[in-house]
Design a protein around this ligand. Structure first.
Ligand SMILES: [Zn+2]
Length: 234
């Protein structure tokens, strides 16, 4: 199965928080989108691995993505090593995405930094034919995605570009709210954390409005590209 877009995230809910509106927009435009989560977020203060699995399935349904897989790396241990880079190369060669998204390479959570580095290495080495991988007993063909972009998590950066998500902001928030054990819910008595604080939902909206305004739209999501991006003037 070939995908147009493949998104990597350290924890289930990271992709939704960072680029849920863009995912909903790409799917609405007819693009096939997949998400690979590195961990099951078993270190989270609230919820369980089982509840998080159900919430992830619900969020995937809201966004109508084509595939979602979990590499089941231990939470808190997402770091570059040969084994995990090879696992990501196999996925890139399996799904042959044209565009890959990863977390921005500097962030508050060390797993986000680790995931970012792993994906960057894998995107490069996936294009080299002397790096051999097998899937279901068959040698895989090389695949080099056309672009690697980074989405924003906690730490901010000056965006390389912003996607207008005004039409898809509600879908984003619905996918985020699917993680009901993680975010503020007046009916759930969980531990107050950075993300379960009711101010966090307000912050998500404020950030989307902030980046939306920069392109004179209602809501926007910022992205970073290490490579310079071509632009057609008119
Ligand atoms: Zn995360």
């Amino acid at each position: 199965m070939n995908l147009d877009i493949l998104i990597f995230a350290a924890h289930p809910d990271d992709a939704e928080l960072g680029m849920g509106g863009t995912i909903a927009k790409l799917v609405a435009e007819g693009k096939s989108v997949g998400i690979i989560d590195f961990t099951e977020a078993e270190l989270s203060s609230n919820g369980t691995v089982e509840s998080r699995r159900e919430e992830t399935a619900e969020a995937s349904k809201v966004l109508n993505i084509s595939i979602r897989e979990n590499l089941k790396i231990a939470d808190g241990k997402v770091k570059v090593n040969d084994e995990v880079v090879s696992a990501v190369i196999k996925l890139l060669r399996k799904y042959k995405p044209r565009v890959v998204f990863a977390p921005y390479f500097n962030d508050r959570h060390p797993d986000h930094i680790g995931a970012s580095k792993i994906v960057k290495e894998a995107v490069f080495f996936s294009g080299l034919k002397k790096i051999e991988t097998e899937f279901e007993g068959e040698n895989q063909q090389t695949h080099r995605p056309y672009k690697l972009y980074y989405y924003m998590q906690t730490y901010e950066f000056t965006p390389s570009f912003i996607i207008d998500i005004s039409e898809h902001f509600e879908a984003k928030m619905k996918s985020v709210r699917a993680y009901k054990s993680q975010f503020y819910n007046p009916n759930e008595k969980g531990e107050l954390t950075f993300i379960s604080d009711p101010k966090f939902i307000n912050f998500l909206e404020a950030r989307a409005k902030h980046y939306g305004f920069q392109i004179r739209k209602e809501h926007g999501e910022p992205f970073f590209s290490e490579e310079t991006i071509e632009l057609e003037i008119i």
